[in-house]
Design a protein around this ligand. Structure first.
Ligand code: KIV
Ligand code: ZN
Length: 503
């Protein structure tokens, strides 16, 4: 790599501005430590003047997290700059990030100031900050909607005042790749002292173009990208770190001789940590780190990947820290993936048996979204090995009302003998399962319970699926009836019979 793109992570500042994603100090430290392991160059840890809690967390990150520069955000106001400096000064590489809006919209409605006043404030703020800290970044907020000539003037003068990095934000996610590339190109061509600073970009995702705009800027000379894990951030979020990094890496034919210092194998772990601590779920189809990013369901795709991965995968899952490609078995899956999964489960079947099992699998896949390994075992057990029915339901009786704990009595035939058993439970179904457990002591724990109607109308046939685990393993069971409780007991009995014969 000849040229390095500096990765400036703002998950803890702009990312935390995402509605509903606030973090406490310890959570911020945990994320910052993981960002250091991931290999980001700069961590923007917060906006110190905004609250005592934010000040404290930036300070602790600066004290405790080694490796990356630690940066604090400040408006172009002395008290903000002082607070930012007092929080980041504990880092070996402290940075202050000063911002001031420059677009006519912001100057007129928000700041109520003219261009020359803004220019003076920006220069004065950078000089003030520079007296405290060697590493100053300046952002002309809403740069993408700023008059071009005024933007060039601001960039030139803040560099003159000592800014080492000038960040060009697309604050409201309004720009498009061609336009944003042209803004960066314009700065490089029209600002005489531009070579004395790094040009950075900070793109919001309001039109879903945050990553595209950032990458267009990189191709036009930007050398720092501000981004967040999982694309968190104000409103629709910021450009996502994982997408920026993996695009530069995967398309090195386009991003020639350009790279980042990110240890990509840490991406998935970092994404999970941020999602867990912020409580912001990652959508399944999110690029790079979504649950489906390396999952294939279509039979044609599965067949292709099994023959040669690169047919349908442009990155190796292990390169982003995902353990393996996932073949989702569902109604679009084909024989190839089905056979491979059976093989990995240890079944060696004749072609005719596979064919029969595949037909049963397709019938089930039409009813159920995803087919789990235990479902496949059921298909094989029921169709080929035929599990003996040691346990059979004879009768059941439920007592349930809104002012009593439900209880159930079941009568079963177990290994040729009739047994009656009674139990109470959290609900009538739980009571039935507990009554059965008293007779057949397999020690099963219910992992999953699903009910759905197979037919329509008032007399719909309900089908219940259960998954239970015990020391003998995990099994699934199914039962159908127009009575949901009966369907549930049958499903449980079916699963218990499998546990009794599980090797
Ligand atoms: O979006 C924005 O303009 C910002 C600045 C503070 C850089 O977050
Ligand atoms: Zn922002």
């Amino acid at each position: 790599m000849d040229e390095k793109i500096i990765i400036f992570d703002t998950t803890l500042r702009d990312g935390e501005q995402c509605p509903g994603a606030s973090l406490n100090i310890n959570e911020k430290i945990e994320i910052a430590r993981q960002l250091a392991v991931l290999g980001v160059d700069i961590i923007e840890a917060g906006f110190p003047v905004s609250s005592p809690g934010d000040f404290e967390s930036v300070k602790r990150v600066a004290k405790e997290v080694k490796g990356p520069s630690i940066c604090g955000l400040a408006r172009a106001i002395e008290k903000d700059i002082d607070a930012a400096y007092n929080a980041v000064k504990y880092s070996k590489h402290p940075r202050i990030h000063v911002f001031l809006a420059t677009s006519s919209i912001h100057m007129k409605y928000k700041l109520k100031k003219a261009e020359d006043e803004i220019l003076k404030l920006a220069v004065a703020a950078v000089k003030y900050a520079k007296n405290r800290c060697g590493d100053i970044e300046f952002s002309p907020e809403d740069a993408s909607r700023t008059d071009r000539d005024f933007l060039y003037k601001v960039v030139e003068q803040v560099i003159e005042a000592g800014a080492k990095t000038v960040n060009i934000p697309d604050t409201v996610g309004y720009s498009t790749p061609f336009e944003f590339a042209d803004i960066i190109k314009g700065i490089r061509e029209n600002v005489p002292n531009v070579d004395r600073a790094i040009i950075s970009v900070h793109c919001h995702n309001d039109l879903g173009l945050g990553v595209a705009n950032s990458l267009a800027a990189v191709l036009n000379g930007a050398r720092q990208v501000e981004c967040t894990i999982n694309g968190l951030g104000e409103r629709a979020g910021n450009a996502s770190l994982e997408e920026i990094v993996m695009t530069i890496r995967t398309r090195n034919d386009i991003f020639r001789n350009i790279g980042t210092g990110i240890n990509t194998k840490e991406i998935f772990k970092t994404s999970r940590l941020v999602s867990k601590l912020t409580g912001m779920m990652v959508q399944s189809n999110k690029a790079i780190i979504g649950a489906n990013a390396f999952a294939h369901e279509s039979g044609i795709h599965q067949d292709g990947v099994l023959k040669e991965r690169i047919t349908y995968e442009i990155m190796r899952p292990e390169d982003v820290g995902v353990t393996e490609t996932k073949m989702v078995l569902g109604k679009h899956s084909g024989r190839h993936a089905f056979k491979e999964r059976l093989k990995s489960l240890g079944f060696t079947l004749k072609e005719s048996q596979i064919e029969e099992a595949f037909n049963r699998f397709k019938v089930l896949a039409d009813k159920k979204k995803e087919i789990f390994d235990e479902d496949l075992e059921t298909i094989i057990d029921e169709g080929i090995s035929k599990i003996p029915e040691d346990l059979k339901l004879k009768h059941f009786h439920i007592e349930s009302a809104d002012n009593m704990k439900p209880s159930a009595t079941v009568q079963v035939n177990y290994k040729g003998k009739l047994y009656d058993s009674t139990s109470d439970g959290d609900g009538p179904i739980d009571a039935c399962f507990k009554a059965i457990d008293k007779i057949v002591r397999v020690g099963g724990k219910l992992l999953d319970y699903q009910v759905k109607s197979v037919t329509g109308g008032k007399d719909a046939l309900g089908e219940v699926s259960v998954r239970i685990s015990s020391k003998r393993g995990v099994v699934s069971g199914r039962g159908a009836s127009t009575d949901i409780i009966e369907a549930s007991i049958k499903a449980y009995v079916n699963a218990v019979n499998k546990l009794l014969h599980k090797k």
